[in-house]
Ligand binder design. Structure first.
Ligand code: FAD
Length: 547
C-alpha cells in the first residue's frame, strides 16, 4: 500500500513516522514544497530575535535522517499541483528541475497547513510574512543589516512574538492592530495587560489602526499618519491552504477549511486532511472550527496513521488551548472567552483572581491574572485565560485538563495539586477559582463584573472601596467612597444608601466586606476581580482618578 502525505512538517511528519512504526512495509512518500521538512515553525520568531542562534537548531530532521531511521521517501522542493481522485494520482512538480511527474496513491493525507493572509494594500509586496524557514531567512537578511525601524501589521500570536524579537534586535518597532485589542482569544481586560507589557518594552502599539499603504521606508495609516518601517512584517492571520483540495472537488466546510469526519477523512474516503488546513470539531458546541496550532496537528497526524493502519482511534474535539510569551509575560488561554460566549447567546459567569504564583513569603512569587468562565447553573467550565510572569502555564494546563475531563468549576476546589512554598500555595490559584465558583453556583454571592459597573452606578448603587486609605489614594474608581474593611463595622453609619457595590484591590477583601454588609442589612455586591481587573478594562479608559 502506498500512502502519500502532502506537507512534511507538523501534521504530515507525525502521520508519516507513526505509520512507519505501525507498518514496516508501507510505501510512505512525503511531498514538501519548501526545501525543509520537520522544521520548528513555532521557533521561527525566536530565530529572528537571535534567541535561537543557529538556523540548524530549527531543522529537526532532514530527508536523509528520516530515510535512515524510518525508510521514508521524503521529497523536498516537490509541490503537488493537482489531485486526480478518479485515477488516484498526483501531479508533482519538482521545483529544482521544474519537471513534473505523476505519482499514484492508495491513501492520501493532506497536511498543507495554512497560508498567511495578505491584505490587498498598495505596496504590500514589501511586507514579509512568516511561515517557513525560507520566510525567516528573508526576514533575517534585513534584520542583520540593523534597520532602524520596523512595523508589524497584526497583533495576534505571531505578530506579538515577532514584535518582541525585533525589539531584542534593538529595532524601534511599532505594532499595528486594526481591532481595539491584541490577541483576540483574550477578553479585553486581560488583553490590556499584554498591551501594557509591549508598551513597557518600548513597542509602539497602535490599536484600532489600519494600514492603508506600505511605502519604501514607512507604512501609512488610515488616519494619515506615517510610521517609519524599514522592515515590515505582515501577520494578520492565516487561512487554511485549501486550493488543492478545492480543485480536486473535496468538500470545503463552513469555516473555509477542508471538511473532515471524526476520523479526519474528507468527502473522499481515500483522502484524509489534518492540521491547519482541516476544520475541527469544537468541543463546546460541536460546530466546525479552525485551530491553527501545533498540538492538534500532531495529534491528528497520529490519529490518521492509526486509522490507516487499521487501529481503533478516539476522535478528539478541540478546546483550542494556546500559550504565548511576550517579554516577561506568559499569556495562555483555553476554551471560549466571555466575548464569544456572549455573542453566541450562551449564559456564562466570569470570575477574576489575581493570586501569587507561589506562597507570598517565599522569594520570587509573582502576581498573575486568571479568569475562569463557567456555566452558573451546571458549573461546566467554558474557558479560562491567564496572564502573568510565572506559573500561568501550569494553571491553564490544569484548567484545560479539567475541561477535557468534565470537572466542573466548583470541583476545582477539590483538586489536590502539588504544593511546597517555592511552587504554589496550599490553596493553589486553581483551587481558589474553585472556591469562588462554588460561592457563586451555591448562591452564597453574586458578584458583578467590571462591564456591569456603569449600569449599577447609574441605578444609584454606591461604590464602597474597602482598601486602605493609602491604596485608595493611589488610584480608585470614580465616585467610590473609602472605608477600609477593618473599620467597616465602626464606620457603617457613614454609608447613606442601601444598594452597594463593594470593591478592593483584587476582590478578596471585597468578598469579606460584602458578606458583612449583607448581614448588616444592605444590598451589597462584590466587584469581581476588584480594582485590579477594573483598571485594565475598557471601562477604566474613561476618567480615572490616579493619585
Ligand atoms: P505546516 O506545519 O504548516 O506544514 C504544512 C507544509 O505543507 C508546509 O511546509 C508547506 O510548504 C507544505 N505544502 C503546502 N502545500 C503543499 C503542496 N501543494 N505540495 C507540497 N507541500 C505543500 N503553534 C503552536 O501550537 N504554538 C506555537 O507557538 C506556534 N508558533 C508558530 C509560529 C509561527 C511563526 C508559525 C508560522 C506557526 C506557529 N504555530 C504555533 C502554528 C503551527 O506551526 C501550526 O499549527 C502547525 O505547524 C500546523 O501543522 P500542519 O501540518 O497543518 O502545517
Amino acid at each position: 500500500m502506498r500512502v502519500v502525505i502532502i506537507g512534511g512538517v507538523a501534521g504530515g511528519m507525525s502521520a508519516a513516522t507513526r505509520l512507519r512504526r505501525l507498518d514496516a512495509d508501507a510505501d510512505i512518500v512525503v511531498l514538501e514544497r519548501s526545501a525543509h521538512v520537520s522544521y520548528a515553525n513555532c521557533g521561527l520568531p525566536y530565530y529572528v530575535g537571535g534567541i535561537i542562534e543557529d538556523e540548524s537548531d530549527l531543522l529537526l530532521q532532514t530527508p536523509e535522517s528520516l530515510h535512515e531511521r524510518f525508510r521514508l521517501d521524503v521529497r523536498v522542493r516537490s509541490e503537488v499541483t493537482a489531485i486526480d481522485r478518479g485515477a488516484k494520482t498526483l501531479c508533482v512538480k519538482d521545483l529544482s528541475s521544474e519537471e513534473t511527474y505523476e505519482l499514484t496513491y492508495d491513501r492520501l493525507v493532506l497536511s498543507p497547513g495554512a497560508s498567511p493572509v495578505i491584505p490587498p494594500i498598495p505596496g504590500i509586496e514589501r511586507a514579509l510574512p512568516l511561515r517557513t524557514v525560507e520566510d525567516v531567512e528573508r526576514i533575517n537578511k534585513v534584520v542583520v543589516q540593523q534597520p532602524s525601524s520596523a512595523v508589524v501589521i497584526g497583533g495576534g500570536f505571531i505578530g506579538i512574538e515577532i514584535a518582541e524579537n525585533l525589539r531584542h534586535r534593538g529595532i524601534a518597532t511599532a505594532l499595528v492592530e486594526a481591532t481595539d485589542q491584541l490577541l483576540a482569544p483574550l477578553d479585553p481586560e486581560m488583553a490590556q495587560l499584554v498591551t501594557n507589557e509591549l508598551t513597557r518594552n518600548a513597542v509602539d502599539v497602535r490599536m484600532g489602526a489600519s494600514v492603508v499603504a506600505v511605502h519604501s521606508s514607512s507604512v501609512e495609516l488610515a488616519n494619515g499618519e506615517y510610521l517609519p518601517g524599514e522592515i515590515v512584517i505582515v501577520a494578520i492571520g492565516v487561512r487554511p491552504d485549501i486550493a488543492l483540495a478545492r480543485a480536486a472537488g473535496l468538500t470545503i466546510g463552513p469555516r473555509d477549511g477542508i471538511q473532515v469526519d471524526a476520523l479526519n477523512r474528507t468527502s473522499d474516503k481515500s483522502i484524509y486532511a489534518i492540521g491547519d488546513a482541516a476544520e475541527k470539531l469544537d468541543a463546546l458546541d460541536g460546530s466546525a472550527t479552525l485551530v491553527p496550532l501545533a498540538n492538534i496537528a500532531n495529534r491528528q497526524g497520529r490519529v490518521v496513521a492509526d486509522h490507516i493502519a487499521g487501529r481503533s482511534v478516539r476522535p478528539v474535539p478541540t478546546i483550542g488551548t494556546a500559550i504565548v510569551k511576550v517579554f516577561d509575560l506568559t499569556i495562555a488561554t483555553t476554551g471560549w472567552n466571555e466575548k464569544r460566549l456572549r455573542a453566541a447567546g450562551r449564559t456564562a459567569t466570569s470570575i477574576h483572581a489575581h493570586p501569587r504564583s507561589h506562597a507570598g513569603y517565599y522569594p520570587g512569587a509573582e502576581k498573575m491574572a486568571l479568569k475562569l468562565v463557567f456555566d452558573p447553573v451546571s458549573g461546566e467550565i467554558l474557558g479560562a485565560q491567564g496572564v502573568g510572569s510565572v506559573g500561568v502555564d501550569k494553571r491553564i494546563d490544569v484548567l484545560a485538563t479539567a475541561i477535557r475531563g468534565g470537572i466542573t468549576a466548583p470541583e476545582l476546589a477539590d483538586l489536590e495539586l502539588a504544593y511546597a512554598p517555592p511552587f504554589g500555595s496550599a490553596k493553589d490559584p486553581v483551587n481558589m477559582l474553585g472556591y469562588m465558583a462554588e460561592n457563586i453556583v451555591s448562591g452564597l454571592c453574586t458578584p458583578i463584573q467590571w462591564s456591569d459597573l456603569t449600569d449599577y452606578q447609574s441605578r444609584g448603587y454606591q461604590v464602597i472601596d474597602v482598601r486602605t486609605e493609602k491604596e485608595f489614594v493611589g488610584g480608585h474608581i470614580p465616585g467610590a467612597y473609602n472605608i477600609p474593611v477593618d473599620e467597616l463595622r465602626e464606620r457603617v453609619d457613614e454609608i447613606k444608601v442601601d444598594h452597594l457595590i463593594v470593591t478592593c484591590q483584587v476582590g478578596q477583601r471585597g468578598h469579606t466586606a460584602t458578606l458583612l454588609l449583607n448581614d448588616l442589612g444592605f444590598d451589597a455586591k462584590n466587584l469581581d476581580g476588584g480594582y485590579e481587573t477594573w483598571r485594565n478594562s475598557p471601562s477604566a479608559r474613561g476618567p480615572l482618578t490616579e493619585g
